[in-house]
Design a protein around this ligand. Structure first.
Ligand code: XLS
Ligand code: NI
Ligand code: NI
Length: 433
């Protein structure tokens, strides 16, 4: 046991009336909601990078957090692993996620870096065994080191492509070994700053080949998890290739990978792309590529990916409603890709942030489940499309323009507009959130 969280015990469930900032008011892991426990419905994960690796910097200032593992060696990495699993136990969260470079220091060569990661993975394997905590997904950091400044798979230098491929191979190996439920690729610098120095067609072709190789390797090693792409429209590059869910789907289809790869949808990235979170979820569900989510929120004014903890139950309820409608999570989960503000210095802040964010998800799940059970929204939707249930309407879909035109003429069709009832539906939602 480290003493980092000294004085902080396991977070209890105390119910909505509790005023203890370090107690759950809604998250009751064993409570059954729509046939599954809350824990199974939400599959909550803590993100290693924000909670344990991020130093609290912003564009105008550096580190604000003082953590005893920040000196960066392997000894520090072991301490960091201890503290991380202590926090998972305090929170009672079932999953975690990491980048290779979050968990162990980068060495003088890729071989040394990967050895460092494997050494920490040995510790993770033991701690997973002891605590029952599981790996939701692993990923490779292909964006921090300066070698990746012009991209990884889309870098103009083939040696960088090679380095990235080798790094992903190692990260996938480690994820597989730790029983990861998914493997994520976020194209951190797969995009461009200016077209003047960019051959977009070539870069997109390379990205497609790269992803195909990842999928081939997954099958070769028998990794049973899901490969996920995490869309984001910009930041760090001006134009990211994985703009949003629809863009990623088109990309996957072009390379024949739409049955192999799904998406990890992040709230803040959806907002940056000019969408709502539920829009991205519903798009992925409609296209058959919904995988997992990164739970957080952006500041709505700043135009940045601020990765704040979720704090809006009504918004989250709609998102969860569409996740439930899509059949719920399978290999995916709610990964807290969220970080505390740089003035939130204390260990308690880290715990309170997660407690609050998890409670928002739990409260939203209860609201979404009540909406689902009530069935009013589904009924209104069915009625709106009821005309399509007739045999005649269905037959039209297999018909052709000339036959349809002849029918319109014969029957003198004169469609009458009907109300979309938006305000009534919004009011209906507000009964549950
Ligand atoms: C950054 C991304 C990143 C991915 C994992 O904006 O959200 O944190 O989730 O590489
Ligand atoms: Ni993310
Ligand atoms: Ni993000």
């Amino acid at each position: 046991m480290s003493d980092f969280f000294a004085g902080i015990g396991k977070v209890p469930f105390e119910g909505p009336e509790s005023d203890d900032p370090l107690a759950y008011r809604y998250y009751e892991p064993a409570r059954v909601v729509l046939g599954k426990t809350m824990e199974e419905q939400l599959r909550i994960a803590v993100a290693y990078w924000h909670s344990f690796a991020w130093p609290g910097g912003d564009p105008f200032g550096g580190q604000t957090f003082e953590r005893p593992w920040f000196d960066g060696g392997m000894e520090a990495a072991r301490l960091k692993a201890d503290v991380a699993f202590e926090m998972f136990s305090i929170l009672g969260t079932p999953f975690y996620t990491f980048h290779d470079r979050d968990v162990a220091p980068e060495g003088r060569s890729l071989a040394e870096s990967s050895r460092n990661v494997r050494e920490i993975a040995d510790i993770f394997a033991k701690k997973q065994e002891e605590t029952g905590v599981r790996l939701l997904w692993g990923t490779a950091n292909l964006f921090s080191n300066r070698r990746f400044m012009s991209g990884a798979a889309t870098n103009p230098d083939p040696d960088v492509f090679a380095y990235a491929a080798a790094q992903v191979k190692d990260a996938l190996d480690v994820t597989h070994r730790l029983g990861g439920a998914n493997y994520v690729l976020w194209g951190g610098r797969e995009g461009y700053e200016t077209l003047l120095n960019t051959d977009m067609k070539q870069e997109l072709d390379h990205a497609g080949r790269f992803l195909s190789m990842v999928v081939d390797y997954k099958h070769k090693i028998g990794f049973p998890g899901t490969i996920l792409i995490e869309p984001k429209p910009q930041e760090p590059t001006k134009h990211q290739y994985d703009y949003d869910v629809a863009t990623v789907f088109g990309f996957l289809q072009r390379f024949g990978l739409e049955k192999e790869v799904k998406v990890n949808i992040e709230v803040g990235h959806a907002v940056l792309a000019g969408h709502s979170f539920e829009h991205e979820i519903a798009t992925a569900a409609a296209l058959g590529i919904f995988g997992s989510v990164d739970a957080n929120r952006n500041d709505y004014q700043s135009g940045w990916d601020t990765d704040q903890f979720p704090n809006n139950a009504p918004e989250m309820a709609l998102a969860i409603y569409y996740i439930l409608k899509a059949g719920g999570l399978t290999t995916g989960g709610f990964n807290f890709d969220s970080k505390i503000r740089r003035q939130s210095l204390d260990p308690q802040d880290l715990i309170a942030a997660h407690v609050g964010g998890i409670d928002i998800c739990a409260k939203a799940l209860l609201a979404a489940a009540a909406m689902t059970e009530d069935g009013g929204l589904a009924k209104a939707l069915k009625e709106r499309y009821a005309g399509w249930e007739s045999a005649e309407a269905q037959a039209m879909l297999g018909s052709d323009l000339e036959t349809i035109a002849a029918r319109v003429d014969r029957e003198g069709l004169e469609p009458q507009p009907r109300s979309g009832r938006q305000e009534m539906l919004e009011n209906w939602v507000n009964r549950f959130v």
